[in-house]
Design a protein. Sequence first.
Length: 263
Amino acid sequence: MIKLVASDIDGTLLPEGTDQINPEIYNAIRKLKERGIQFVGASGRQYESMYHVFEPVADDMIFIAENGTNMMQHGKNIAFVPLKEEEAVDVIQFVREQEGCRLILSTQESMYAEGDGQDEFMDWLIHGYHNKVLAMDDVMKKCARTNKISLYHPDGAEKLAEKAKKRFGDRMHVTLAGTAWVDFMAEGTDKGAALAMLQELLGISREETMAFGDNCNDIGMLRQAGESYAVASAHPLLKEAAKYVTAPIEEDGVLKVIRERLL
């Protein structure tokens, strides 16, 4: 019997970088709760961005935010995993060396982007993702308090992810986190590790867990679930890790499985 359902957000439940979720998912989350099944949103997104998407049912679910580095329930922190300051410094220097990249640094309080905050990128972060994000001249000033650093490149993220893994993969977790994002977190940290921690806290087994995803940062989470689904538009590596493939977001693949199998 499934007791926990964890789903990625961007590319799985809604188009990447938007808040355009099918409101029917709210009814499904409420019904899951009535049946004793815990719903978990798991994303590379900031908690504030996830809360905006799920506000009508925020008290009925748990949030695994920023690829497992920040876990929240009822507005309270369950777990927070920071990067070492010296590692954060190295990542920032690496990102600055790459052509055409933008840099985002996350803390528990806010996200920070370098620049004056007056460009389209910042507008997208604030009004597309609904992040709490501040502009500053040098994010190095926040290295002692960061849990995640993100590199954004509109068409070169996959190659940059491989380059970053070769440089940092032996001392931190580097993952492709969408079509244009590469995320850097503490070693051993990902959605799967966060889900394992949550399973232990709730007394729920891997076999009692169902998970959905679309990209490489979901691989750990799907491996931690007995019943795992990749949406049809998922990255090939994620499909290899999944037990099943369901319909794409345009056809509400996640909602379809939840309705047919659990409701």
